[in-house]
Write a protein that binds this ligand. Structure first.
Ligand code: ADP
Length: 325
């Protein structure tokens, strides 16, 4: 079975990326043939000027540092940058011919982008899920590790693959999503998805001090205003994160919080301490890797070469089936 996933070059990764996706990337490479791609062309859909595009290369570098430090292994997985395998753009064009516009206009993330960037509703933005489908089916991937926010896109990728198969004969497996046990990590506001663009994130590579400062700003149970108020861990985002970073202490908090035996400040301090302890080895690996930029360039060069072999084979088959060769 082949696994594929992509993520935009947003730079340093946050704990939402980690708990929702990167953990699975690393686990799956132990069992399957995995291909992980930094989708730089997708990033262009929300960039409006040369200043933002000028950050793409450093964002790729930062993101690779996090991926490698989290355990992605170039000996096991193919790691590459989307634009280095231009066959995907050709396949995107072919798939766009069989994708009804109505399917794309209904996608929730498209509607959301129209709301937040009404001045830049570009053609590429509408086609974002078609390019994503092309990414996945170009490698005939069957499993796609992603966060919950990506499910509508994946459903569309399945529909596009099915439609192509129906018209031109079986070519692509219908890819399935693979979620982690925390597929939607909320941001420090406790309301919206943790996301770099919303500024409610904690970066994996933050210093221990920055991590603590960020955690201390997090919203907890809004009904709890005084130390003597009983808390509701079931609705508290900080409590949810304790499950992942403080598995030994989580039961004690579940008991103490509703009885007001522990306050939110203490609870957050504890989380920050545990988070820093869990992330320390990853941060150390990252620091070492950061001294070897040439090594990262080599990984990406080699990854693109390997990806391109698979991509060219699929594209040849697609052109033949369509009747272009
Ligand atoms: P961002 O939303 O910060 O721009 P991306 O869209 O590049 O990040 O997402 C990369 C991967 O991380 C995707 O699989 C996405 O579903 C996952 N992901 C991003 N944010 C979260 C989150 N808050 N919770 C769970 N998974 C997430």
């Amino acid at each position: 079975m082949r696994v594929f996933s992509g993520a935009r070059p947003t730079g340093r990764q946050h704990i939402g990326n980690y708990l929702g996706a990167i953990r699975n990337y690393a686990e799956l490479q132990e069992e399957y043939e995995c291909i992980y791609c930094i989708v730089d062309v997708h990033a262009l859909t929300t960039m409006e000027d040369a200043l933002s595009t000028s950050r793409i290369q450093s964002n790729i570098q930062e993101m690779m540092l996090d991926w490698l430090a989290c355990g992605l292994d170039p000996q096991k997985s193919i790691l590459f940058v989307q634009s280095r395998v231009p066959e995907v753009l050709e396949l995107h064009t072919f798939l766009s011919m069989i994708t009804p516009l109505g399917w794309l206009l209904r996608v929730p993330t498209f509607k959301e982008k129209v709301r937040v960037q009404p001045h830049n509703v570009n053609y590429g933005l509408v086609g974002y899920p078609v390019l994503q489908a092309a990414d996945i089916v170009l490698y005939k991937a069957e499993l796609v590790p992603v966060g919950e926010d990506q499910l509508p896109h994946l459903e569309l990728a399945r529909e596009i693959a099915r439609r192509f198969n129906n018209i031109f004969g079986y070519t692509f497996p219908e890819p399935e999503a693979k979620l982690t046990n925390l597929p939607l990590v909320l941001g420090l506001d406790g309301e919206q998805k943790m996301s770099k663009s919303l500024g409610n994130d904690i970066e994996l590579a933050s210093s221990p001090k920055e991590t603590e400062e960020r955690v201390m700003t997090a919203v907890t149970d809004p009904a709890r205003r005084y130390l003597s108020d009983p808390g509701h861990p079931d609705i508290c985002n900080i409590f949810r994160l304790h499950h992942f970073f403080n598995s030994e202490g989580v039961e004690e908090i579940a008991r103490a919080c509703p009885e007001a035996h522990i306050g939110c400040v203490e609870c957050k301090k504890m989380l920050a301490g545990r988070m820093n302890a869990c992330l320390a080895p990853m941060r150390e690996r990252r620091e070492n890797l950061a001294r070897k930029p040439q090594y990262i360039r080599e990984i990406l060069d080699h990854g693109a070469e390997r990806a391109r072999i698979i991509a060219c084979a699929t594209l040849g088959e697609v052109k033949h089936k369509i009747g272009l060769t």
